[in-house]
Design a protein around this ligand. Structure first.
Ligand code: F6R
Length: 366
């Protein structure tokens, strides 16, 4: 049931703190360290892995993009993220030293499952992150990490996405410790920060309702909208624009903020809404320059950043501040407002937000 919420999607957005807590807390042993029971690598086996592919579709692929960065840092090997429908036809280099990580809420997506089978037949080890116990993907994998999101009813994925991110953070810390690429004090500090994320998500949801409604009203009649970001913020922008497209039917595109000037900036006209996610310290200043160049072409710019970046107000029409966490964790925090913007734009337009047109919850055709 919707338990007092107007729609499943809103209920599921609000369930994110609990889903995140469940995904983490069930994995902590009595000493408070991460224990992943269905992941059975020995130290020698993890040391032998020399390449990782992450394969998924849609929102799960966006989680995989963040996961790529997390695992690159944790394992110090090459990590490639690919789309389920492309991976098999891309002649991937796979052998027994390749780890293929499959991400799927339903565990039944046809393109993703076919990728799993292909990789397995070439000798790769398969590790899956899925939300459905006993799903096809779960059954056919060597290693498993369940997200504890609970059933996701709304077609648009919200709590499955944020718990997939958490799964990657847990996996990175766990494998990094096993491989000894992450020092123990770094491990403790990152794990403590991860444990504090659910509380911040709660806070960000509360603080995002009014801004999301105001932005929804502002963008409701636009023909086209851009989400910009760099690095991890770009991946959040991809997820943000997918949510907006599938629910509001507004044409929304995500661009790496620095790439816009290589063509796409031609689309910016007076009043074009541009929502910029700017949370990553490495690229913050460059992102500000990118904002200035769209502003100069007349864009209406909304900046989403952390409260230590008040200077963003000088270059944006509207600034929204979200909780500040270590950069690697910001994708969980950054996606909340875009989820709510998509939700309110959809309902203000009178769309069926839980069942958007042309879409099914589980895509079982290739
Ligand atoms: C978008 C959405 C889809 C799914 C995709 C993969 O909101 O829900 O993009 O993420 O179809 O589905 P799963 O994760 O079940 O493999």
């Amino acid at each position: 049931s919707k338990e007092g919420f107007d729609h499943f999607m809103l209920k599921e957005i609000y369930q994110q703190p609990e889903a995140i807590r469940n995904t983490i807390e069930r994995r902590l042993d009595e000493t408070g360290r991460i224990q992943l029971n269905e992941i059975n690598f020995t130290k020698a086996e993890i040391n032998a892995i020399d390449k990782v592919y992450i394969v998924a579709c849609g929102t799960a692929y966006h989680a995989g993009l963040v996961g790529k960065q997390v695992l690159k840092n944790a394992l110090q090997v090459e990590v490639i993220a690919d789309i389920g429908s492309e991976f098999r036809y891309s002649d991937p280099f796979i052998d027994q030293n390749t780890l293929v990580i499959i991400v799927s809420q339903s565990g039944e997506t046809a393109d993703t499952l076919a990728s799993l089978r292909e990789a397995k037949s070439k000798g790769a080890r398969i590790l899956s992150i899925t939300n459905v116990v006993g799903s096809s993907i779960a059954r056919e994998s060597d290693h498993l990490l369940y997200t504890w999101a609970g059933p996701e009813i709304a077609v648009a994925s919200t709590k499955a996405y944020t718990t997939q991110l958490v799964a990657f953070y847990l996996l990175g810390l766990y494998l990094g410790r096993l491989k000894e690429t992450i020092a123990d004090n770094t491990y403790q500090a990152r794990l403590n920060e991860l444990k504090s994320i659910a509380k911040s998500v709660e806070h960000v949801i509360e603080n995002s309702i009014e801004p999301a409604k105001a932005i929804a009203e502002k963008i409701i009649d636009c023909n086209s909208l851009f989400y910009l970001g760099r690095g991890l913020d770009y991946y959040s922008a991809l997820e943000a624009s997918l949510k907006l497209k599938e629910l509001s039917y507004i044409h929304a595109e995500a661009f790496a903020a620095g790439e816009l000037k290589h063509g796409t900036i031609a689309l910016i006209e007076a009043g074009t809404p541009v929502i910029v996610i700017a949370t990553q310290s490495k690229t913050y200043d460059k992102t500000i320059s990118n904002i200035k160049s769209v502003k100069a072409r007349g864009a209406y710019v909304i900046g989403i950043t952390t409260s230590d970046h008040k200077d963003i107000e000088q270059v944006c029409d509207k600034a929204i501040y979200i909780d500040n966490k270590q950069d690697i964790y910001m994708p969980i925090i950054s996606v909340i407002l875009p989820q709510l913007i998509a939700y309110y734009t959809s309902i203000f337009k009178g769309n069926d937000v839980d069942k958007p047109r042309n879409l099914a919850k589980s895509v079982t055709v290739e």
